[in-house]
Design a protein around this ligand. Structure first.
Ligand code: PLP
Length: 292
C-alpha cells in the first residue's frame, strides 16, 4: 500500500502555465534548497485536507483559503487549477487508506528568484480514535493581543495559515507541560479565539456557537461543515464573541480541524467538562463520510 505521496508543482503561481502542472517525486529525496524562504523564514502558506477513500475533502474551501492566505502575505496568486490537479492526483493514490491527508505547501521560493515553490504531500492519517471518543484536555493560553486590534495590525497575519507555526507549536508544547493535550487561545482582553491547529465549537442547548472570524482566527473548513450539519438537523448556529465563562456554561465543547475532525473537550484547565458522546459520534461520522 503506498505510504507517502509527493507531487511537486511545476508552476505554482497563476500565469506560469506549464504543460504538466505537477510531477510526482520521491518524498524521501531532497527537494528544497537551503535558500528556500519557506525553510529559512517560514515565509509561505499551507493547507491540510482530509482524504477519505482517495477523495480530498472540501477542496474548494481549502483552495480558496490558500489563495486568501497567499494574498495576505503578498504572495503571487496560486494557480488554482494546478493545485487542484496535484491535490486530486495525490489523494487518489491514497485510496486504499481509510483515512489520509494531503498537505499543500506554497512558499515564497528561493531568495532572489521571485519564483514560488509548491508541493502536495499525502500520507495516511494517524489514528485519532481516542481524541474523538475519549476527548482532549485543554488549557486556555493568552495570545497576548486584544480582540479588537486585528484590523489595525495586518502585518501580524492573524487569520492567515502561514508556515510560521512555531508559536502554535510552542503553545501545544506548553499545553503538554501543563498536563493537557491541547491549547485554546484567548485574547488579552478575555475573548475565546481558537486552538493552535483547531477551531472551538460550543454547544448550548440546540445552538452551536464558534468565535467570530473577525477576531483574527482561521475560518475553519471543519467548523463550517459542522455548522451545515447542525443546521440540517434543525439546530441554529452563530459566530459570536465568546468570553471565558462560555467554557464553563456550555453543554459540550469541541476542537475542530481537518484530519482529527471533532475532538470533544473533556476538561478545561483541569476542570472536567461534559462530553456529548451522541452528537460527537454523529458529527464525526458525517465528517468522515464527506466525499466532496
Ligand atoms: N485554526 C488553526 C490555527 C488551524 O491551524 C486549523 C487547522 O489546521 C484550524 C483552525 C482548523 O481548520 P480546518 O478545519 O479548516 O482544518
Amino acid at each position: 500500500m503506498p505510504d507517502r505521496i509527493l507531487a511537486v508543482l511545476t508552476a505554482p503561481a497563476a500565469g506560469g502555465a506549464a504543460a504538466e502542472p505537477f510531477r510526482f517525486a520521491d518524498p524521501d529525496a531532497p527537494l528544497l534548497t537551503v535558500l528556500d524562504l519557506g525553510a529559512t523564514r517560514g515565509d509561505g502558506v499551507f493547507e491540510t485536507m482530509s482524504v477519505g477513500g482517495g477523495r480530498a475533502q472540501a477542496v474548494d474551501a481549502h483552495l480558496a483559503r490558500l489563495a486568501r492566505s497567499a494574498a495576505m502575505l503578498d504572495l503571487p496568486e496560486p494557480d488554482e487549477a494546478a493545485w487542484r490537479a496535484a491535490t486530486i492526483a495525490v489523494a487518489e493514490r491514497l485510496a486504499e487508506h481509510r483515512e489520509a491527508f494531503v498537505k499543500l505547501v506554497y512558499t515564497r521560493g528561493v531568495e532572489g528568484t521571485g519564483q514560488p515553490t509548491g508541493w502536495v504531500l499525502g500520507s495516511p492519517s494517524p489514528d485519532h480514535t481516542a481524541a474523538r471518543t475519549e476527548g482532549v484536555r485543554a488549557v486556555v493560553l493568552d495570545r497576548g493581543l486584544q480582540h479588537d486590534r486585528v484590523a489595525e495590525l495586518p502585518w501580524l497575519l492573524q487569520g492567515a495559515k502561514t508556515l510560521s507555526y512555531a508559536v502554535n507549536m510552542a503553545a501545544s508544547r506548553e499545553a503538554k507541560r501543563r498536563g493537557a493535550d491541547d491549547a485554546l487561545f484567548i485574547s488579552a482582553d478575555g475573548y475565546l479565539l481558537e486552538g493552535p491547529t483547531s477551531n472551538l465549537l460550543v454547544k448550548r442547548g440546540d445552538r452551536l456557537l464558534t468565535p467570530s472570524t473577525s477576531l483574527g482566527i482561521l475560518a475553519g473548513t471543519t467548523q463550517a461543515e459542522a455548522f451545515r450539519f447542525a443546521r440540517s438537523r434543525g439546530m441554529t448556529t452563530s459566530y459570536e464573541l465568546l468570553t471565558r465563562d462560555a467554557l464553563d456554561t456550555a453543554d459540550a465543547l469541541w476542537l475542530l480541524s481537518s484530519v482529527r475532525n471533532a475532538a470533544p473537550i473533556r476538561s478545561v484547565d483541569g476542570v472536567d467538562r461534559p462530553i456529548d458522546a451522541g452528537f460527537t459520534a454523529e458529527l464525526n461520522a458525517h465528517l468522515l463520510a464527506r466525499r466532496d
